[in-house]
Design a protein around this ligand. Sequence first.
Ligand code: 5GP
Length: 114
Amino acid sequence: MSDTIFGKIIAGEIPAPKVYEDEHCIVINDIQPQTPVHMLVIPRKPIPRLVDAGADDQALLGHLMLVARQMAEEQGIGEGFRLVINNGQGGGQTVFHLHLHVMGGKSMAEGTMI
Ligand code: 5GP
């Protein structure tokens, strides 16, 4: 397991309320939400960045997106949400354990990245 904050949450070393979990991933609310709904979909597998994912992670990556959609629907933002993956320091990534941001609950401006 990664020794990032997310690895510790997955390992149960740091308590964090989970919105959802299954054998492949967990979902938690972001500690510093940027939008009214801001969840993080985190694979249990400690892939540091998206660019570190391999061909054998194809099914896992698809699963994460389907869980993200399910979470958005369950939180009432299924008709309008944004998925974000920050890759690497230059991409704004701060926790080096792959995660998808699921963001919504307010009108997201067209053509903007955040
Ligand atoms: P990144 O910048 O790596 O794409 O996103 C990391 C996200 O993790 C940030 O939005 C940050 O607020 C969130 N985060 C960092 N530490 C914690 C934590 O301990 N608990 C939760 N729930 N979120 C965290």
